[in-house]
Design a protein around this ligand. Structure first.
Ligand SMILES: [Zn+2]
Length: 287
């Protein structure tokens, strides 16, 4: 058993870094099971929410293939989309809605997107500018796709996430945000009420890296990635899903579309969810 004081989200950056190093090198599986075991699973059984962030043109290019795969496996997902892309590529976004996927507001320009918002950072914007980013995306989604978004995700999560977004979301009638990391958040990987009536649904980790976000950036792309290999990435996903099943846990991940369709990774992830009979749901069904 790992001592209880260690199994809780750590805010101090240096302490969090140290703990991550030690845990990942020593007892990651036990940590994962104990940490996630403290969550209140909103579903009665193992449940998983699959989400994607469409940040770049290359993500839009992967969109049709991604939709085909989800359709083949009959799995619905959440798509964090930016208003500018909804305006530029309405048809593919409309197809996503028609096929039953959930649209998550990911701001209008996705600061610091190189096309429209270079050198702008969400947490550095004024309250009015942040509000305009959320509001304009909301309007584009509503006008073009005919759906009212109730969920938000901060561009780039963690470092660029800011508490000031919660009153903005509440004002606009939003129900949830999914902008934090499971390892740094009080919900232990499950949804929990944050502030201003907004539920925060933290993005999840994996069995051998419980103190990192399990995404293609951390696992494969950044310099010195945790895994650095597509096969290991799939193995890690599988191992995690097995434990989720065994312990009836709640887990959610996000992936970059262009990255996850490459080398059949998404196909294998979807197969794994089906094989292990994991219930897949949408954020909007949770809140
Ligand atoms: Zn993004």
């Amino acid at each position: 058993m790992i001592p209880t004081p260690l199994i809780r989200p750590v805010k101090n950056k240096y302490m969090a870094y140290l703990l991550r190093k030690v845990v990942h090198l020593t007892f990651p599986e036990q940590y994962f099971t104990q940490f996630m075991g403290k969550q209140i699973n909103p579903c009665d059984e193992a449940a998983y929410v699959l989400t994607f962030d469409f940040d770049f043109e290359k993500d839009i290019a992967a969109f049709p293939l991604l939709l085909d795969m989800l359709k083949k496996h009959d799995i619905k997902a959440g798509f964090a989309v930016i208003g500018k892309f909804v305006e530029k590529y309405p048809d593919i976004h409309k197809r996503a809605v028609a096929e039953g996927h959930e649209i998550i507001n990911h701001t209008y320009t996705h600061p610091d997107n190189p096309h429209w918002a270079p050198d702008r950072f969400f947490n550095k914007l004024s309250y009015a500018e942040q509000k305009a980013e959320v509001e304009q995306a909301h309007e584009a989604i509503e006008k073009i796709l005919g759906v009212e978004s109730i969920g938000f995700r901060t561009p780039h999560y963690g470092n660029l996430h800011t508490e000031s977004v919660y009153p903005i979301l509440a004002e606009l009638g939003y129900k949830y945000s999914s902008s934090t990391a499971a390892c740094g958040y009080k919900g232990y990987g499950a949804p929990s009420l944050h502030s201003h009536g907004i539920t925060e649904i933290p993005t999840g980790c994996s069995l051998h890296f419980p103190l990192a976000i399990f995404d293609s950036w951390n696992m494969l792309r950044k310099s010195n990635p945790f895994l650095g290999d597509d096969l290991l990435f799939i193995e890690e996903f599988e191992a995690t899903i097995k434990v989720i099943r065994e312990h009836d846990l709640f887990l959610t991940h996000y992936f970059d579309p262009y990255d996850i369709v490459e080398n059949n990774k998404l196909e294998k992830i979807l197969q794994s969810l089906t094989e292990h009979q994991i219930m897949t749901i949408l954020y909007k069904d949770l809140v």
